[in-house]
Every structure is written in structure tokens, then in C-alpha cells.
Design a protein around this ligand. Sequence first.
Ligand code: SF4
Length: 270
Amino acid sequence: MCSTQLDLFSSDSQDNGKELNVKEKEAEKVTNSSENNVVLKPIKKSKDKPIAELTIEDKKIIDIELQIKEKETLNDQERNNYLNQVKEIASSCVKCVLSETRTKVVFSAGNPDSLIMLIGEGPGENEDKTGIPFVGRAGQLLDKILESAKISRENDLYIANVVKCRPPANRTPFEDEIDACSIYLKKQLELTNASIILLTGATAMKAILNSTSPISKVRGQWFEWNGKWVMPVFHPSYLLRNPSKEVGSPKWLMWQDIKKVKQKLDEIKG
Ligand code: SF4
């Protein structure tokens, strides 16, 4: 069993689907994951901050964490109740500057009891208007990819983003914004039922795996963390910019990856 840990904090976020600068060391760390050589930083907790730095939202989340700690186990209903409370806190969040320009907070979509959680970078224009993640052209392409692998977006998937508010002009979220929003993603990871985590694009991969390796090098590989299977995949917006379906093209590679995901899903379902 791999001892990989996730890091919800990244240092220099990158644009979805763009090739990143290769840091040889980082690339080596990630591509050697199958040999259990990946050493990733632990998730930073909001309560690790000095109390004076905690926001109202941080304190509310800590209160939920304390309530959860008091219970030995959570049943599905309790888990979903806590997740809804976290969503409620995020819905009026002003922890970072993205709150000043957003229309709607985009917390999640899909089934929190599903076995797959898909994590993207942040809302775009359509998502900001509707409050639903992955509803623009990239979202429509994602739907097609899932359908082709017989994965149901409604039943088999829970969708979240690294940041819940749209960055102006769809810029890549800054480190302090990802940092501020990480308490929500952390809770989503803890309070959903997913055994499979898909990281769509470089920002999600950076936020979770703390790696700046090119997504093209690590996509399609499984990482194991706390009994969950994590796979970086291309962001659908990158596939929109690269429409070729030739063998070896990004779309073709995505198809190979989604087939692996479907296979893993079927294995887990038994
Ligand atoms: S992006 Fe996240 S931390 Fe920033 S205001 Fe929106 S919900 Fe809050």
C-alpha cells in the first residue's frame, strides 16, 4: 500500500491543460509513483493557523470537524448533512478576493455517494452564472466522454473544483486563493464516498499531488492515497483545443484513461 499523502496547497498554479515547466525532480517523483517513491506533503489544516488568523468560515468548519470527531462513525445521512453544512458555509464565503467578482459560488454537482470524485480548477463564465460546475463547452465534452465509457455523470460522479469562485477572466487561481479555498475541498474529500479521484488538468493535479510535472507525463497513472485511487487526466478544455482523435492524440489518450477509470469502477463495484 502506498503511503502517498495529498497536499491541497500549491505554490504556483498553472492554466488548465497547458504544458507546465518541467522540474526534473518533480517529474521523477511522480512518474516513479508505481514504485511508491512519491513523497507528497500532508494536507494543511485551517486550524493549524494561529487563532487570530482564522476567518469566520474557518471557525465554522472547525466546529463541524469537532462535531464529527465526537462521533465514532458517520452514516450516509449524517455525512451528507455535514457536507450540506460545509456547502452552506461556502455559499456566503468571503475568505478571498474571488468573492468580490463572482456571481455564484460553485460548490459541487453530482452524487456525493458516488464512487468517483472529479476535481477541476475553478468555475468559468457559465459555471459562475449557473452555480454548477462543468456546464460550458468543456463540461459538455466531459459529459460525452463519460457517456462513451458508460459512466453516469448524475449517479457515478461527484464534481468539485479547487476554487469555488470564478477567477476574473478565467485566470488561473493564485496560491493564496487555492490556500483559502482548500478547507472546502478537504471536507469534500472527507465527506464524500469516492474511492476514485480524477484530477482534471494541471491546477487540480498541483493542488492535490503538489507536483508541477507536465500532466502529459503523469496522466493515466494511478496513485493510491488512504485507500483512494487518484488519477490525473487532461482537462476537457485542453481537449477542446486539441480536437484530433488520431492514435496518440490527447483525445485518444483521454479515451484510454477513461477506459481505465471505468475498469477500476467496475472492479470496486465488484
Ligand atoms: S474561492 Fe473559495 S475561499 Fe475564495 S471566496 Fe470563493 S469559496 Fe471562499
